[in-house]
Design a protein around this ligand. Structure first.
Ligand code: 6GU
Length: 265
């Protein structure tokens, strides 16, 4: 996969040399290039922003500079045309919320281009223009809080996508049961050695070697934890995916089947 990140603070992306993403780059699974937006400015001051039309606080990033940058990283000036597998991602707190489903879909893309805005954001014509040109454009937020720019959000999204590229994670089983996977539940609590620590013991069942009981215990803890921390995820469960034990436990926790999924009793 090819990933391009365009930013006025390219040093922010240095963390992508580390850990799993860094290894994927070394192994050639990921061709990741970080660019300085100011390389596409044409004036002496290397200006990337200006005041907003209509007035108001802050500065807006200029579409002309962004257009030159994005055309070049997409390979458009060569006349090659838009790669069908190219996605333009514009991190913005006013975007759709990025989820594991976005990460899964983006993991099979040929190219991802991250356009990191600062200040009050990028002139809205940039997303509109590339959409019209046939590029798949995603305006994405990483959650309901405000960051100073798209760089950290891009780091988050690149890590979430890169670990799903085939051959990236050492043991693909570790992708199966994790939180926000297909089951729609948070992950159960996990334990390792030593078996006694700070006067806290490991739940007996995990030492029993009884695989069916362990599996049931873990599912119960996942259900309880999800009901406690993420009731929105319980409401979104497919009732048909729940067995009678699940439904009994959820009933004790105050959730009952309604006409469109589980509702609070
Ligand atoms: Cl993608 N950008 C900024 N600036 N703030 C955010 C965000 C993105 N997602 C959440 N907050």
């Amino acid at each position: 996969m090819r990933v391009d990140v365009v930013s006025i603070f390219p040093d922010y992306l240095a963390a992508l040399d580390l850990s799993l993403v860094g290894k994927a780059r070394q192994r050639g699974l990921l061709d990741l290039r970080v660019h300085d937006l100011r390389d596409w400015t044409t004036d002496r001051h290397r200006t990337v922003d200006d005041t907003p039309f209509g007035g108001g606080a802050g500065m807006v990033m200029r579409p002309d500079v962004w257009g030159l940058a994005i055309d070049e990283v997409l390979g458009l000036p060569d006349g090659a045309g838009v790669r069908p597998g190219a996605h333009l991602i514009v991190p913005t707190p006013s975007g759709e919320v990025f989820t594991q489903r976005h990460a899964e879909n983006l993991a099979s893309a040929e190219q991802l281009v991250f356009a990191c805005g600062r200040y009050e954001g990028i002139d809205a014509r940039v997303a509109e223009h590339y959409r019209s040109a046939g590029v798949t454009v995603h305006e994405l937020s990483i959650g309901d809080y405000v960051l100073n720019g798209g760089e950290v959000a891009s780091l988050v999204m690149i890590e979430a996508v890169a670990r799903l590229i085939p051959g990236m994670v050492g043991n693909p089983d570790s992708l199966v049961e994790e939180s926000h996977g297909a089951a729609g539940l948070l992950e159960y609590p996990v334990y390792t050695k030593p078996p006694s620590w700070a006067e806290l013991e490991i739940p007996e069942v995990l030492l029993s070697g009884h695989h069916a009981k362990i599996e049931r215990w873990r599912r119960d803890r996942a259900l309880e934890r999800t009901a406690q921390r993420r009731p929105d995820m319980i409401a979104a469960l497919d009732v048909a995916s729940l067995d009678k034990h699940d439904l009994a436990l959820l009933g004790e926790l105050g959730w009952v089947p309604g006409p469109e999924g589980l509702v609070r009793a």
